[in-house]
Structures are given as structure tokens and as C-alpha cells.
Design a protein around this ligand. Structure first.
Ligand SMILES: [Zn+2]
Length: 211
């Protein structure tokens, strides 16, 4: 599967009702972690965020929250934001709208947030409209780390992150088992890079609507 490391602003303007990045004039980066909470992996991420005093946003899968409520609570207690990533990681392009929306609703009973990220970044305009009517911000990204990609080395992911991170970037990472081996290599180095460059890392809010 091909995917662009960085989405150009020219492209994202076509889909301006989704959030692709924050303010380009602010030295702020929005780290996001998808597909948790996952034992050991999320703990690792939380510890490192704490060390750097960075805040992040965790797009949780409802089913994972159900299995690991204690880790979900740790995310909240540490002051990070959470977002809805559906109950069962549904792909809207392969799921009927009513079933999809119901899956978001199920997740919302466990995840108290009006931030929503569609799994695989796949959504359809009408579904997005329905969710916005319910008060959700649809959060996409401008930089994708590639940490989920088994054909890619950690060094390549890291290089991509450093090259493409800029003011207001929303970065996709994963606190999943699949990504863990890479995360352990990527995160310490990347966090150090962000600190060195003077970025502050903040959690997303419902008002990140600056795109
Ligand atoms: Zn996902």
C-alpha cells in the first residue's frame, strides 16, 4: 500500500472540513497515537511523554478500552487527550454507514471525547457530516510515521518524521503491538529532536480547527 509521508497543504485544503494540521505559525506539534490502549506499549509511550513533558492525543479503539480500562485511565490521569477510533477499528469504505455510526456510538460510551479519527483515514463525506452534526471534529494528519509498515525500517520512519515535521503538524504514530519494535527506536530519538528544535507538543482540542 502506498501512502504519502506528508500531505501537502494544497491537497488538504480540498477537504477543509477535516483537520489536517494546526496553526502553521505556532511552534507546536500534535503527537497522536492510534489503536491502543495496549499493555506495555502504551505504558512505554506514557513514560516517555512524561519524561519530556509532552502531551499527546490517543485515538483509542473502544474494544481495547473495554479490555484495558486501567491503561485508558492512566492516559486521562496523565493529562493527555483521548479520541474515538471506533469500537472495532471499522473501515468506512467496507462498512455500511448505519453500522459504522453505531460502532462510533458504542465506542463513545467508553471514550469521552468529541475527537474522531477514522481507521485507515477512510471516511465518506456524508458520514463525516453526520459525525460533525454530533459535535465531532474529524482529525486526520499531515505526517504519517510509517511505524505500522513492516516493509519499512525504523531509521526510515525516523528520517521521514524529522524531514516532514513542521509547525502545527499532526503526527500519526501507533501504540500497538505491531508498531512497538519500531517505536522503541523512533520515539526516544524523535522526542529529543522535537525538544532540540524547540517544539512544544500539545494534546488536540475540539477547537484545533485551524486548517
Ligand atoms: Zn487505527
Amino acid at each position: 500500500m502506498w501512502y504519502p509521508d506528508r500531505l501537502p497543504d494544497g491537497f488538504t485544503k480540498w477537504f477543509a472540513s477535516y483537520h489536517w494540521h494546526g496553526d502553521r505559525d505556532e511552534k507546536t506539534v500534535y503527537l497522536t497515537f492510534d489503536d491502543g490502549p495496549t499493555p506495555v506499549v502504551t505504558d512505554y509511550v506514557l513514560e516517555l511523554l512524561e519524561k519530556y513533558r509532552f502531551k499527546a492525543t490517543f485515538f483509542c479503539i473502544g474494544d481495547c478500552v473495554l479490555r484495558h480500562p486501567e491503561i485508558y485511565n492512566q492516559i486521562i490521569t496523565a493529562g493527555h487527550a483521548v479520541g474515538n477510533h471506533t469500537m472495532n477499528h471499522f473501515n468506512r469504505w467496507k462498512t455500511k454507514e448505519a453500522i459504522y455510526l453505531d460502532n462510533v456510538k458504542k465506542a463513545s460510551q467508553l471514550i469521552d471525547s468529541k475527537l474522531f479519527r477514522p481507521p485507515y483515514g477512510k471516511i465518506l463525506p456524508n458520514t463525516a457530516r453526520q459525525l460533525r452534526k454530533q459535535g465531532y471534529d474529524i482529525i486526520m494528519w499531515d505526517v504519517i510515521s510509517g511505524d505500522f509498515d513492516h516493509q519499512r525500517t525504523a531509521a526510515s520512519c525516523l528520517q521521514n518524521l524529522k524531514k516532514n515535521t513542521t509547525n502545527g503538524s499532526i503526527i500519526v504514530l501507533h501504540d500497538s503491538e505491531k508498531a512497538f519494535e519500531k517505536l522503541k527506536v523512533i520515539l526516544p530519538d524523535y522526542f529529543e529532536y522535537l525538544r532540540m528544535k524547540g517544539y512544544s507538543c500539545k494534546q488536540l482540542k475540539n477547537t484545533v480547527a485551524t486548517a
